[in-house]
Write a protein of this length. Structure first.
Length: 270
């Protein structure tokens, strides 16, 4: 299976048995913009072009039309994803002087100021997008069907995009931030919508400040997560105009911000 490999192990229970378990791969992935490495993340080596587009957008580096090409180069110790930008995006990146080197559990490692960690995000524009409680629970219930790698390994996160009654795209990775960036890139490259994306981002992970920051860059009005948010992520979601739904299960959920997007009426987009 792409993104995973069998690994020998001993299983202990009523007896001891040798065998193998399929485990996800975790490799170093460098994201290089115009020849300069901007970030090195530990990630699952799958959907790396999506990762490039999503990271560029959610980190405020470049819009999709400012990316001229993406090339994934395999190296002995990982991958170098080489992203080439138009001059205006390169100038912004140079001015920002941001350098990130982080493990899978951290989306903020390596930045060089508090202002960068707590960067301002765009407020999601008001729209007619609404969801019923039944649809929220249906979105959560639909996510496991998108988790091919998780089903095989039980060790990765998933981020999906729900709209028009179904999850239309999903991506997986050992890192929750990476899964969201890969989803963002897939959404941008699919051509089915352009930003803002009217729908819900559905996550298998907890919701931290940086996850809210990334969703706000997509312009998606709703986050649905199976785990709890941090208190400060709730504050940011309120400020960013995002409906934050968490602790979501197929039979219940909790809403922390902008509850007006939950309706008992037939939802619509306008």
């Amino acid at each position: 299976m792409k993104g995973a490999r069998p690994t020998p192990r001993l299983a202990f229970g009523s007896s001891v048995s040798p065998g193998e378990r399929l485990l996800p791969e975790e490799v170093a992935v460098a994201l290089s913009f115009n020849g300069t490495t901007q970030a090195v993340m530990m990630a699952t080596p799958e959907d790396l072009v999506d990762f490039a587009y999503g990271f560029a957008l959610t980190e405020g580096i470049a819009q999709p039309d400012e990316i001229t090409s993406v090339e994934v180069v395999e190296l002995p110790k990982g991958y170098d994803v080489q992203i080439w930008l138009r001059s205006e995006a390169e100038a912004r990146l140079t001015a920002r002087r941001r350098s990130m080197v982080g493990p899978v559990g951290c989306g903020l490692c390596g930045i060089d100021s508090l202002d960068q960690a707590l960067r301002s995000v765009p407020v999601v524009a008001h729209s007619g997008f609404r969801m019923t409680a039944t649809e929220v629970m249906a979105a959560v219930a639909a996510l496991p069907s998108q988790q091919r790698l998780h089903d095989a390994t039980r060790a990765v996160h998933c981020a999906g995009f729900w709209t028009a009654g179904s999850i239309v795209l999903a991506r997986e990775d050992v890192g929750r931030h990476n899964a969201l960036d890969k989803l963002a890139g897939a959404m941008l490259r699919s051509g089915t919508q352009s930003t803002p994306f009217l729908g819900a981002v559905v996550l298998t992970s907890r919701v931290s400040i940086d996850m809210v920051q990334k969703v706000s860059m997509l312009g998606a009005p709703v986050i649905i997560a199976v785990s709890a948010p941090t208190a400060d992520a709730v504050t940011l979601a309120e400020e960013a105009g995002i409906t934050l739904i968490a602790l979501a299960r197929p039979d219940r959920f909790e809403v922390f911000t902008h509850t007006d997007r939950l309706t008992t009426e037939v939802p619509h987009v306008g």
